[in-house]
Ligand binder design. Sequence first.
Ligand code: ADP
Ligand code: MG
Length: 453
Amino acid sequence: MADGREVNAFGKLKLGDALLEVLEQEGYSQPTPIQSRLVPVLLASANAVASAQTGSGKTLAFLLPTLHLMNPDGKPVTHHYPRLFILSPTKELAQQIYEVSRPFVQALGFRAVLLQGGGKRAEETKRLEKGADVIIATPQRALEHIEARHLDIKSVKHFVVDEADMMFDMGFVSYLEKLFGVLGERSQKVIVSATITPRVVKLAKTYIKPLRRIELDPPGKIADTITQYLYPVVRSKKEGLLAYLISANHLKRVLVFVRKKELADGVADGLREWGYKVGVLHGERMHLERKKTLLAFREGRIQILVATDIAARGLDIAELEAVINYDIPHVKHDFIHRVGRTGRAGKEGAAMTLVSPDEIEQLADLQKVLGNKIKEIILPEYAPKEVKSRGWLIQAPQRRRRKASVAAAGKEKHSGPLNKKGKKRKTTKRDGFKLHDASKRSASKPRRSRGRK
Ligand code: ADP
Ligand code: MG
């Protein structure tokens, strides 16, 4: 692969030496496909709407070229003013982009500021007044600073909207329209997501001209590195199954998604009873608590994080072996983002989805996104009676042709992990996803701790 590496190496991307040095220091030796495609387009100052699957390196794909254009000769920066403006739908993602950008920003002599709901407004204002070149913000907080005239975005030369379709889901369409209007044609505009929807493209085409569409993966494609499992389960047995899956698979770091914040606290309490260290992340938790919890999870002080879909977007957590969907999300696209927290940057990951009879309609809907990429596993002890002999997946009309094979899979006592070609691959003790076998349950069932709740 030496040849391929040479052709694709970052050095070929015409970035300045300072950025190349940081890339090397940070251990990035070769651009990912979206970086190879998007960096040259953005270096040519084009506007772009770019989609590439979760975990494919979109952050550096927009950071590197925009930062380079801000200081192409690597000259000392003497005057600081807003030049790069990055919007993120959640605080956690804004914080992460800030951390990722930090060494690159510093190497070029720039200053970055993070503006996020719950953050200390006075401190943010001070940093803006001192002069900042890179603004990374959540929409509401950015608006507050713009309205208070702490932040003048007229000088912005590069505007990036990360996870753009979530901004739509959050109702920020008119806000984006306004920003595009204020920034006018003088600034470069970049829109990024793994799930660029037709609505996003339509808005972009209206306001951004000319516009390049970079579509590396079809919107919504789930990375091949993620192996997916579906578990039909009686609703009242979901908590038990969740604890069992974590225990049976020896999961050291797992992200559990739930639809509703009220449910997150309950599920977390249940898991604590089994003796696990559990954190909770949802919109009603205080900013500082959210920050501390995510950090504890990143650092491995918490083994399980139970979160709502606010944690589904963009978060990059090292060594996250598995995502468990306690339920199916409200928004179909969120499923792709939930499972996309694992299997990132070429690493393997598992996504397990628990589905109870009341979710069967959403499941049928979701199957259009999943295709045949999900393996149904029926554990007699947890599955509803009606699926014990035949799986749910085969009941959806579009699955009929696969009836025989899926039904056969459903009858298997347990199924080993599959590699990309569908062949059984060796199972190590670590990835151990063959331990779903209910017959071994008593041996591996987690023990409920005797301690108080
Ligand atoms: P996306 O935004 O597409 O979901 P991220 O930008 O968060 O993905 O990157 C996913 C992971 O890939 C991160 O851990 C990041 O450090 C890593 N990564 C990014 N670019 C490269 C690269 N060129 N080589 C190796 N790893 C990379
Ligand atoms: Mg991202």
